[in-house]
Ligand binder design. Sequence first.
Ligand code: UD1
Length: 340
Amino acid sequence: MSKYVLVTGGAGYIGSHTVVALVENGYTPIILDDFRNANRIVLEGLTKILGFLPEIIEVDVCDDKALRAIFQKYSFEGIIHFAAYKAVGESVQTPLKYYQNNLSGLINILNKMLEFGVKNLVFSSSCTVYGEPKKIKEVSEDSPKNLPSSPYGYTKWIGEQIMEDTFLAHPELCLINLRYFNPVGAHKSSFIGEFPLGKPSNLLPFVTQTAVGKQDFLTVFGNDYPTRDGTCIRDYIHVMDLAEAHVKALAFLEDHKKGCLEAVNIGTGKGTSVLEIISCFEEVSKCKLNWSFGPKREGDVVEIFANCDKASNLLGWKSKLSINDAVIDAWKWELFLSEK
Ligand code: UD1
């Protein structure tokens, strides 16, 4: 019998890689995506990797009627909810767009779960809920949450609150907030990867686009942070490792007969600075990157990386791929795109 999993935002960056991992683990993903932030190249890529194209329903996750029709058609084992806006800078310019879309999408999903008796939900949260860690830069799930620095961050923060309050009222639900650190890389086949619309705001796509000449140069935001080389430190996690974490999270929820609510960090446990990313890229690509220091970016966290013990103990998940693997795969993907 097919195990249907609804993957909202399943044509996006993390969503599409998770679709691959789901199929490889015996699930039948049903992709819900209206392609407002995804590129149709992903359809070709998924078909090449999987040998078939999973079902795609082109619908806005906020569309109540359309979502109900999908829940009427399928009996879902679980839902992985990715569909949301994610550009920090844009969220500062258009906060209402972010609050409206990201929060009403989640509420719509939770309402349909209650209406149709679907129990299991994995929510895309973010390490942004920790804000700037005060003293200890390695954060675990019980580290204090700090107020985020952007409306995007607040949508994740409030999203987790919505999950908590819904669980209190409906303790039969099985809910998990996966707190992603910094997803990077691409599928090893180079058939799917990250496809930033317009100018990328994240570091690695900016690096690879600079190297192929789509961007003139990379600005490193700030050089006098209190870190080992003066640049910010993040925990970069390969997107395929992250995709696997969703499969493990789903399996955990399925095994959980009673209701549960968990928050789990998904990172590598290792911090890497911006300059270390640049030298890793130059080493693996053998390209000299055109970059220079510029002013700090407002709202940037200085240093954060994950404590991943809970992911290992609760989900049996650990990252397997290195930052080198991620940079190689991101580079191969950029070269693949530039040949298209
Ligand atoms: C941001 C969000 C995070 C979100 C992620 C989505 C915050 C504080 N962070 O992460 O919640 O999940 O985007 O992908 O809300 N950098 C440069 N030059 C560039 C681009 C980036 O120097 O052109 C530096 C940044 O200053 C930072 C590092 O690279 O130190 C990583 O930046 P980025 O990829 O944008 O990720 P975050 O800011 O960590």
